[in-house]
Each structure stands twice: as C-alpha cells, then as structure tokens.
Write a protein that binds this ligand. Structure first.
Ligand SMILES: [Zn+2]
Length: 142
C-alpha cells in the first residue's frame, strides 16, 4: 500500500527507521504481552542503534497519548452516533477498545516517535539478490 521507502511503511510495520529492513521488535506479534515492548538493541541489517539516547522512548508517551485520544474520540463517535449507545455505554466501549488496542498503540507510538528523528537511508537497504539470468554469461563462465 505504502512505498517501502516511506516513513509510513516503517511506522506501520515497526521496521528499522534507517533501512526499513529488519523488525525492531523481538516478537512481531504485539499481543504477546510479555514481549510487546521488547526491542532489539540495534538493527541486524544496518547496525542502527534504536535507543538513540538513554530513556529515548519516554517521549513516545506523548505520541501514545495523542493516539489514545484519537482512538477514544473515534470510538465515541462510532458507538454513540453510529450504534446509538448512551453516554455510559459509549465510555465503556472506549475503555474496552483502548485496553484492547494498548499493545498496538504503544508500539505504533514508538514507531512514529523514532521516525520523527530518523530518516530512511536508501543506501543501507538490502540489495536485492541478483537473479541467475541477469548474470553476464561471459562472467559466469570465467
Ligand atoms: Zn536498519
């Protein structure tokens, strides 16, 4: 959907913000609660260190707050105006949705936060393996 080179790609997939090749997280599934926030120290492909400075990801709390408010407002609009639930039930819906999406929101906020500081560097992306038919037959024989 999004170009591999765009920041959106790295934000959504949680790949290294520098090369967009390796996943930053030890476990790809955010719902494995014990490993939701477990990250690799650095990128296997380009060596980029994710924790730019000590406590770097504390700043992601602000992004997480913004995302949670957006999700809360969205849930309210859908439950109250879409499904016609009363206020109390709408707030219960917001609570349930926010708890349910917590692993996704906290990862997404880290991905967005790190992508605010780090830009994609195409030269670090993995080179595609050369296909056999692209090898010059003269070179292959020598
Ligand atoms: Zn990388």
């Amino acid at each position: 959907m999004f170009s591999r080179k765009s920041k959106i790609h790295s934000m959504i997939t949680g790949t290294c913000p520098k090369c967009h090749e390796e996943n930053m997280y030890v476990n790809k599934n955010p719902y494995n609660i014990l490993e939701t926030m477990k990250m690799h120290e650095h990128c296997e492909n380009c060596g980029f260190q994710y924790k730019i400075e000590p406590n770097f990801f504390f700043g992601a709390m602000y992004v997480s707050y913004a995302l949670s408010v957006a999700v809360g407002v969205g849930t309210f609009v859908v439950s109250h105006f879409g499904f016609g639930l009363d206020l109390l039930k709408s707030f219960a819906a917001i609570f349930v949705v926010l708890i349910g999406l917590m692993p996704v929101i906290s990862r997404l906020s880290r991905n967005i936060y790190i992508n605010m500081f780090v830009s994609y560097d195409e030269s670090l992306a993995k080179k595609k393996p050369i296909k056999n038919h692209e090898i010059n037959p003269l070179q292959a024989n020598s």
